[in-house]
Design a protein around this ligand. Structure first.
Ligand SMILES: [Fe+2]
Ligand SMILES: [Fe+2]
Length: 354
């Protein structure tokens, strides 16, 4: 197994004094390693594995051209061993139809209780911090580019996997500590964090973050993990509402990316193909494997997280079973499930599901 790493170039925000130092550093890197990777802002755009090892066609997958063929490297190559053929995903992803992924809408659940207002306030503060660190703005004067969106996506996905894991872990400990059943919450929460990590791994197959981004992720993860851990001990419902609001923002961001592709503002992404890890995970059908298709799938996942977390915030975390891992006495109307056939952006109300 070989995995060559190259440090990223410019600091994330160009106004920072560190950017001059980083530019100089990047120049020296470029001189010493001519073409194994293309440094692009804080990201290093990766080359994909050689065609013989690829599972899918790579035509136009990557928009960046290389004039000189160079040694191929892979960000996280598959580990080959004597005995193991393959290690499948722990949670198989449900298959979304084209109509389903296209039916996802931007939505907001109005705050009704004090808990909701606290969650919304915390979300807006968190979002302001993330926007600042990831250099995200979406207005006419500050047009987003493929690079800026990729920085944003990687940074956000790197922390998006935290809440599900923390909540699942605390539910696990609570169940053992109180010697009571968990009522099926844990699996959904851990699956959500797994899904978020798959989003991250997908974007990482397209661009490798530099050291500045890695540092930002490390700091954000450290702060967010601990803050969410403490908050979940105090009020799980408020935390799920917070995640519901966070996912509303994720749906909004990915919708903007899709709209910008449609408007011709992201030419590099227009014909770019989804990486193999994404094609396999979402079971993307032939002919529907572009970057735009990938963003539709990711957005659909975020809309599912939005619904799940708003629903979990609506029910009693102490006693109620998880509506997403339950079977129902009557089948005369839709019930929560893993798919997105019956979307409820604001979550299911308690009297509908319990
Ligand atoms: Fe995500
Ligand atoms: Fe999400």
């Amino acid at each position: 197994m070989s995995c060559t790493r190259t440090l990223g170039a410019n600091a994330l925000l160009s106004k920072q004094p560190a950017s001059h130092l980083l530019k100089a550093f990047n120049s020296s890197l470029a001189a010493s390693s001519p073409s194994s990777s293309l440094s692009y802002g804080t990201l290093v755009i990766l080359r994909h594995p050689s065609p013989s090892r690829r599972q899918f066609s790579t035509t136009n997958r990557h928009p960046f051209k290389f004039t000189n063929p160079a040694p191929i490297r892979e960000f996280f190559p598959v580990t080959h061993t004597e005995q193991i053929r393959r290690t499948p995903a722990a949670w198989s992803h449900p298959i979304y139809t084209e109509a389903e992924v296209n039916s996802v809408v931007v939505a907001h659940r109005n705050a009704k209780t004090w808990s909701d207002y606290i969650a919304l306030g915390a979300l807006r503060t968190t979002r302001w911090c993330f926007d600042l660190v990831s250099g995200y703005r979406h207005d006419k004067a500050f047009a987003m580019t493929e690079r800026k969106y990729m920085i944003r996506n990687i940074f956000l996905e790197s922390v998006a996997g935290v809440p599900g894991m923390v909540a699942g872990m605390l539910r696990h400990l609570r169940s053992m500590r109180r010697m009571k059943r968990d009522n099926g919450w844990m699996e959904t929460l851990l699956e959500e964090s797994y899904n978020e990590r798959m989003h991250l791994l997908t974007f990482l197959q397209m661009a490798e973050p530099g050291w500045f981004m890695r540092l930002a992720v490390l700091g954000a993860q450290g702060v967010f993990f601990n803050a969410f851990f403490l908050a979940y001990l105090v009020s799980p419902s408020t935390c799920h509402r917070f995640v519901g609001y966070l996912e509303e923002e994720a749906v909004l961001t990915y919708t903007r990316e899709i709209n910008d592709i449609d408007a011709g503002k992201l030419p590099l992404w227009e014909k770019m193909e989804a990486p193999p890890i994404a094609i396999e995970y979402w079971k993307m059908p032939e002919g529907k494997r572009t970057m735009r298709d990938l963003l539709l799938y990711v957005r659909a996942d975020e809309s599912k997280h939005r619904e799940v977390n708003h629903t979990l915030a609506n029910i009693d975390y102490k006693e109620d079973p998880n509506p997403y891992s339950s079977t129902y006495k009557s089948d005369d109307r839709p019930h929560p499930n893993k798919g997105i056939q019956h979307q409820r952006p604001g979550g299911w109300e308690r009297d509908e599901v319990i």
